[in-house]
Design a binder for this molecule. Structure first.
Ligand SMILES: Nc1ncnc2c1ncn2[C@@H]1O[C@H](COP(=O)(O)OP(=O)(O)OP(=O)(O)O)[C@@H](O)[C@H]1O
Ligand SMILES: [Mg+2]
Length: 273
């Protein structure tokens, strides 16, 4: 470890290969345990808190490729598993991302999984219990998932209505981690690294972010995300005035309501003076 940190060339190579991710709890160890024990993993948490980055980071650490699917309510089981397509007069079977991940021993990442219809998520059932099987009815194959295959799903519990939750028989097939926003020191380090803005200029933005998050629930559906803090710091680092960057990255994306916007701007004034 010390050797890697001592040699800037190696450090560059390592950081190029593994996307930057700062842990906020025991999620790295939990992911590794789940992977080693062939357990599927469910990540839940608000928008922009690092779920997708975490999965990319872990996939690179474990040397696995990722097949990502953004779920929506028109997604069909065939979109996941595959279908016969016409190619130059022939009908050929084309694997979907889930099937590809099973065949290759890769990570399949289903983002916003609650958006998928329940009859679609049922396709995951034999894969996510101790059978680890993917039946492909159309081709008559029964794929046995190799040990390197892992299914990871994520969603944001916040803005979903109750009808969009997962079936208990689906969710109880996963080990789950709840993500929140990082503690201020960690978030400051993340935003500093991501934006290039000096730490002492990032710290007040993180303080403001936390003050704005306190309004969540009363006036706001979702608090300002780490993603938006990174945007704001990036705009400032690129030469924009702080007030303009804050308005564009930390206020406007949160609400369209004039009164709520005024309340947010008051928080900016009170926090940054
Ligand atoms: N722990 C972290 N380490 C490094 N970067 C982070 C971390 N948390 C958040 N980020 C930063 O925040 C950005 C948004 O994170 P990400 O895209 O992973 O969010 P998400 O939880 O997947 O959001 P969504 O639910 O909207 O898809 C990242 O691009 C990265 O810049
Ligand atoms: Mg994401």
């Amino acid at each position: 470890m010390a050797g890697v940190m001592d040699n800037p060339m190696e450090r560059t190579a390592a950081s190029a290969a593994v996307p930057f991710y700062t842990p906020t709890g025991n999620e790295v160890a939990l992911f590794e345990h789940a992977y080693r024990n062939r357990l599927p993993l469910l990540l839940k948490g608000p928008t922009g808190c690092g779920k997708t980055r975490f999965v990319s980071h872990m996939a690179a650490r474990l040397g696995r490729s990722i097949h990502t699917v953004s779920c929506h309510d028109d997604l069909t089981a065939a979109d996941l598993t595959g279908r016969y397509l016409l190619k130059g007069g022939d009908t050929v079977w084309v694997d979907g991302p889930l099937t590809r991940a099973v065949r290759e021993g890769a990570i399949c990442y289903l983002d916003e999984v609650v958006e998928a219809r329940k009859d679609v998520t049922v396709v995951l059932h034999p894969l996510t219990d101790d059978r680890r099987l993917l039946p492909l009815e159309r081709t008559g194959e029964l794929l046995d998932a190799p040990p390197e295959f892992m299914l990871v799903v994520s969603y944001n519990p916040g803005y979903q209505n109750i009808l969009k939750s997962l079936k208990p028989s689906t969710r109880q097939r996963f080990v789950a981690i709840e993500f929140g926003f990082p503690l201020p020191d960690i978030e400051t380090a993340i935003v500093t690294q991501e934006s290039g803005l000096p730490r002492e200029r990032v710290a007040p933005l993180v303080r403001l972010g936390n003050a704005l998050r306190d309004l969540k629930g009363q006036d706001l559906e979702e608090g300002v995300s780490t993603r938006l803090l990174v945007y704001c710091a990036t705009l400032i680092h690129s030469g924009m005035k702080s007030e303009e960057a804050i308005l564009a990255a930390m206020i406007e994306p949160l609400t369209d309501d004039v009164e709520v916007k005024k309340a947010l701007l008051r928080v900016v004034e009170l926090t940054l003076g």
